[in-house]
Design a protein around this ligand. Structure first.
Ligand SMILES: [Zn+2]
Length: 235
């Protein structure tokens, strides 16, 4: 039977490489960064909405102030006219106009006061959110740095494993390597395993006594395979 110890070692390195690749994708630092970025985006959106509201509130205030200027010039005009009219009916009509415009101006003033309150609360909200955003940017930056550190750490581990793999693979016959690759590409479980007692370490099933003795009878150039999962067995 061909010795598959180096192939088993290669498989172990490949398993470590797979686990490492899985770790890189699922790094906790990545989840932390995603969460920090989402929180920042939420605040930025909140700030943008408040700024839009502030702008439209200012537009409304400007419109009210323009309307009040108009009211005042109308009142001035009607007061001037009032001085020149003689007919009591006309005077009464003008008085009525003046009262209507005065009421409008007063209503506008009330609205403007409310809008000024809204403006103040929006401005303080924008300031509060701006502080929040500043803190969140710091968090995103530090989460980015932590993630980069973790990725660099994984890269360093990968370099070590790649080096070990190249060294081990260099000792293995090219044909055997090819067979290993073919088998490995067809399965998710290890392509090479050893036996713990009579248990295959790839499929974790026991080999029967008959199967175990059949392994011992293999020819010098034959590679042992698990009768259950078909992996190579380093025995
Ligand atoms: Zn097996």
């Amino acid at each position: 039977m061909v010795s598959l110890q180096s192939l088993l070692e290669l498989q172990k390195i490949d398993t470590e490489l797979l686990q490492l690749a899985h770790r890189v994708v699922n790094l906790e630092e990545r989840a932390v960064l995603t969460k920090a970025k989402a929180a920042l985006a939420t605040s930025q959106k909140e700030s943008a909405i408040a700024s839009d509201q502030l702008a439209s509130t200012k537009t409304e205030i400007d419109a009210l102030e323009a309307a009040n200027k108009k009211c005042e010039s109308l009142m001035t005009k009607y007061s001037q006219q009032l001085k020149t009219v003689i007919a009591p009916r006309e005077a009464e009509a003008l008085q009525h106009e003046i009262e209507t415009v005065r009421a409008e101006r007063s209503a506008n003033d009330d609205k403007e006061l409310l809008l000024l309150e809204t403006t103040e609360s929006l401005q303080s909200k924008i300031m509060r959110v701006a502080e929040q955003i500043a803190a969140q940017i710091v968090k995103v930056d530090s989460a980015t740095a932590s993630l980069n550190d973790a990725i660099n750490d994984c890269d360093a581990q990968k370099n070590v494993l790649d080096g070990r793999r190249a060294a081990v693979a260099g000792m293995i016959d090219a044909k055997m390597l090819k067979l290993y690759d073919i088998k490995r590409n067809k399965r998710a479980t290890p392509a090479v395993a050893d036996l713990h007692g009579s248990k295959c370490q790839s499929c974790h099933l026991d080999l029967s006594v008959v199967e175990l003795s059949a392994l011992k009878k293999l020819g010098a150039d034959e590679m042992a395979e698990c009768p259950n999962c078909d992996c190579y067995l380093a025995v």
